[in-house]
Design a protein around this ligand. Structure first.
Ligand SMILES: Nc1nc2c(ncn2[C@@H]2O[C@H](COP(=O)(O)OP(=O)(O)OP(=O)(O)O)[C@@H](O)[C@H]2O)c(=O)[nH]1
Ligand SMILES: [Mg+2]
Length: 201
C-alpha cells in the first residue's frame, strides 16, 4: 500500500511528480474530472461547439454540451506530500487524435473515462493504451439518469484484461476522482513491479 500516512518527524522530501493522462470519448467528462481535482486553476483549451462543426461534432447523449477540448486540459493534484500528479486531459474528438502521442510521452498511466450510454466511444482509448502497454484504469463516469452497471459488466463489455481496474466515479466529485487517480498510480506500480526481473535470476 503506497498511500499510508507519512511518518511523523521525517524531513520533507522533494515530491515525485508523475504524469497521468485522462482520456476517453467525446463529452465523457475529462475536462470536468481534471477541474474537479486540480489544486491549481486548470488550464483548459476549450472552444465553443459551433453551427459549422455540427456535422462532425456528435453531441448525442450530451446535448447540453456547448464547448469541446481542442488541445488539452492540465491540472495538478498532491496525493501525498511527496507525490504530485500532473493531469493531462486529452481532446475527445477523433479529429484531434494527432495530439495524443505528444500528450502520452512520459505518462506513467492513464484513466479511460467511460459513459455507459456510449460505451463504444472509449474503445479507441482502451485500444490506444493497450497497444502502447501504458497501464490504465477505466473510470465509469456515472452520469445522472444513466443506467448503473456493475464494474464486472463494464469489464466484459470492453473485453478488458482481468488485471485492469474498473472503478465507478462521478467526474464532478473530488473524492471519487481522487480514488480513481490513486488506483491508476497503484495499478501502474503493480504493472511495473510485475515486469521487473528479480535480481537473483
Ligand atoms: N451529470 C453529469 N454531468 C457531467 C458529468 N461529467 C461531465 N458532465 C457534463 O457533461 C458535459 C461534458 O463534460 P466535459 O468535461 O466537457 O467532457 P469532455 O470529455 O472534456 O469533452 P471533450 O473535451 O469535448 O471530449 C458537460 O456539460 C459537463 O457538465 C457527470 O459526472 N455527471
Ligand atoms: Mg474536454
Amino acid at each position: 500500500m503506497i498511500f499510508g500516512r507519512p511518518e511523523r518527524g521525517t524531513t520533507p522530501v522533494e515530491p515525485v511528480t508523475l504524469k497521468i493522462l485522462v482520456a476517453g470519448g467525446f463529452g465523457v467528462g475529462k475536462t470536468t474530472l481534471v477541474g474537479a481535482v486540480s489544486e491549481i486553476k486548470p488550464l483548459r483549451t476549450e472552444e465553443l461547439l459551433s453551427e459549422a462543426g455540427r456535422p462532425v461534432d456528435d453531441t448525442r447523449g450530451v446535448e447540453t454540451k456547448n464547448t469541446t477540448t481542442v488541445a488539452m486540459d492540465f491540472g495538478r493534484i498532491t496525493l501525498r506530500e511527496d507525490l504530485v500528479l500532473y493531469l493531462f486531459g486529452t481532446p475527445g474528438q477523433d479529429r484531434f487524435w494527432f495530439l495524443w502521442d505528444e500528450l502520452a510521452t512520459g505518462a506513467l498511466g492513464a484513466v479511460v473515462l467511460a459513459d455507459t450510454r456510449r460505451l463504444e466511444d472509449c474503445f479507441a482509448a482502451v485500444d490506444y493504451f493497450e497497444r502502447r502497454a501504458i497501464p490504465f484504469v477505466v473510470g465509469v463516469n456515472c452520469f445522472d439518469g444513466a443506467d448503473r452497471y456493475p464494474a464486472e459488466t463494464v469489464r466484459q463489455a470492453l473485453d478488458l484484461d482481468a488485471s485492469v481496474p474498473v472503478v465507478l466515479c462521478d467526474a464532478r466529485e473530488r473524492e471519487t476522482v481522487k480514488h480513481v487517480l490513486i488506483d491508476v498510480v497503484e495499478h501502474a506500480m503493480a504493472v511495473a513491479a510485475a515486469g521487473r526481473v528479480p535480481a537473483s535470476t
